[in-house]
Design a protein around this ligand. Structure first.
Ligand code: NAD
Ligand code: GLY
Length: 359
C-alpha cells in the first residue's frame, strides 16, 4: 500500500511518497521526459541501488549522470560537497538539472547543500535509504556539512521537490543503522505524540523485524509530525527547535569522539536520556517517564549509557557552540511528560553536568 503526504510550504510544498518498491515507480519523482539529473550516492549504496535507478529513469526518457562519494559521517565535508559541484560543472549541467540524493542522511544533507549552491540553486529530490533519513533528514529542508569545530555548522534551508521513500531499501540496512533510525522515531513520540509513543511500546519489535504495515504506519506518522512542525516554523525561529531533543548532548558526543564513531542516532539516544535527567533535576519530569523512555530505547537496541571515554566537562564547549545557544546561555529542549517538551534557556551548567553523570 502506498501513502502520499504533503509538506505544506506555499510555493515550496512537496509530496512525500511512502511504499514498497517505489524506486521503480517513475511518477513519484516528479520528473519529465528529457530532463537531466545528477544522482549523488556513495560507494556502499551504489552497488545495491544505483543501476536500477538509472535504468528506470533512462527508460522514462530522463538523462542521468551519477557521482559516487566516499561513505561515512566523516565525509560530510566541504571536500565531498566540492566533489558534487565539480561533477555538475564537469558534465556541463545547467540550472535545469535536478539533483537526486540516493542514500542516508549524510548523502541527503551534503547533496542538498550542493543543490542549494550550484548556480545559486537547482532542484533536488530526496531518495532516503536509511530509516533515519526516511523519518527525519529527508524531510524539512535542512541541509549541511560538518566542520571540525561543529556538526552541521555550514548549510542552508533548502527544500526538495519530492521525497521518495522505498521501504524495500531497509532490507539491506545493517541492524545497527536501523536502531539508530529508531532513536529519531522514539524522539517524535516523546516530543509530540504520547499515543504514538504508546504504539511504539507495543510495536518496537515489529519495526526491528521490518514488518511492512508497522513500518509504513511508523514512517508515515513521523513524516506527518515533522511536516507539521516544518510547516509551522520552517527556519527554526522557535517551535522547530523541539525536533532537536537530545541533539545538543548528542552532537557533543559525535564531535568529541570523531564523526562516525558513535552513529548520530546512538548519540541522540543517550542525549535524549541526558535531557530527560536534566528535566527531572529541574522538577519537570517524573522518574516513571524516564524509565519508559529508557526501556523503549533499550528494546530498540540503542545505547543508554554515555561513552566512558568522555569526561563530563568535555561536553560543555561543544554544547555552547550549538545553534540554539543564545548570548552564551545554554538552551535545551526538555521533555516535561511523554508527548510534551519545553525549550528552556539559561540552564545551570552544574545541572547539565549532573544529568550527564546520571546517564
Ligand atoms: P548515513 O547516511 O551515514 O547512513 C548510514 C550507513 O548506512 C552508511 O554507511 C550508508 O552507506 C549505509 N546505507 C544507507 N542506506 C543503506 C541501505 N539501504 N542498505 C545498506 N546500507 C545503507 O547515516 P544516517 O543515519 O542515514 O544519517 C545521519 C546523518 O543525518 C547525520 O549526518 C545527521 O546529522 C543527519 N541528519 C540530518 C537531519 C536533517 O534534518 N537534515 C536530521 C537528522 C539527521
Ligand atoms: N532534525 C531536526 C530538524 O529537522 O529540524
Amino acid at each position: 500500500m502506498q501513502k502520499i503526504l504533503n509538506v505544506a510550504l506555499a510555493n515550496r510544498s512537496y509530496p512525500i511518497a511512502i511504499g514498497e518498491n517505489l524506486l521503480s515507480e517513475f511518477q513519484h519523482f516528479k520528473l519529465k521526459q528529457g530532463q537531466r539529473v545528477l544522482i549523488v550516492t556513495n560507494e556502499t549504496i551504489a552497488p545495491i541501488y544505483l543501476q536500477a535507478l538509472i535504468d528506470m529513469l533512462e527508460n522514462n526518457g530522463v538523462k542521468t549522470d551519477s557521482v559516487i562519494v566516499p561513505d561515512g559521517e566523516k565525509y560530510k565535508t566541504m571536500e565531498t560537497w566540492n566533489i558534487i559541484l565539480t561533477a555538475l560543472l564537469a558534465n556541463n549541467h545547467t540550472r535545469n538539472t535536478i539533483l537526486i540524493a540516493l542514500g542516508g542522511g549524510v548523502i541527503g544533507d551534503v547533496a542538498g547543500f550542493a543543490a542549494s549552491a550550484y548556480q545559486r540553486g537547482i532542484k533536488f529530490i530526496q531518495v532516503p535509504t536509511t530509516l533515519l533519513a526516511q523519518v527525519d533528514s529527508s524531510v524539512g529542508g535542512k541541509t549541511a556539512i560538518n566542520h571540525p569545530l561543529g556538526k552541521n555548522m555550514i548549510g542552508a534551508f533548502y527544500q526538495p521537490q519530492s521525497v521518495v521513500i522505498d521501504l524495500n531499501c531497509l532490507k539491506t540496512l545493517p541492524q545497527r543503522e536501523l536502531s539508530a533510525g529508531l532513536a529519531e522515531v522514539i524522539k517524535y513520540g516523546i516530543i509530540l505524540d504520547e499515543a504514538f509513543f504508546n504504539w511504539l511500546e507495543s510495536h518496537i519489535e515489529d519495526l526491528l523485524n521490518l514488518e511492512v504495515n508497522a513500518l509504513s504506519y511508523c514512517i508515515y506518522r513521523c513524516c506527518e509530525l515533522k511536516a507539521q512542525v516544518v510547516a509551522a516554523d520552517e527556519t527554526e525561529q522557535d517551535m522547530r527547535a523541539i525536533l532537536n531533543l537530545g541533539h545538543t548532548f548528542g552532537h557533543a558526543i559525535e564531535a568529541e569522539l570523531g564523526y562516525g564513531n558513535w552513529l548520530h542516532g546512538e548519540a541522540v539516544s543517550v542525549g535524549m536520556l541526558m535531557a530527560a535527567h536534566t528535566a527531572k533535576l529541574l522538577g519537570k519530569l517524573t522518574i516513571n517517564d524516564i524509565e519508559r523512555i529508557k526501556n523503549l530505547l533499550i528494546r530498540a537496541k540503542l545505547p543508554v549509557k554515555r561513552p566512558t571515554q568522555m569526561s563530563v566537562e568535555s561536553y560543555l564547549p561543544h554544547m555552547l557552540r550549538d545553534k540554539k545557544v543564545l548570548s552564551g546561555q545554554l538552551r535545551l529542549v526538555l521533555p516535561t511528560k511523554i508527548g510534551h517538551v519545553q525549550v528552556l534557556d539559561g540552564i545551570d551548567k552544574n545541572v547539565v553536568f549532573e544529568s550527564i553523570k546520571l546517564t
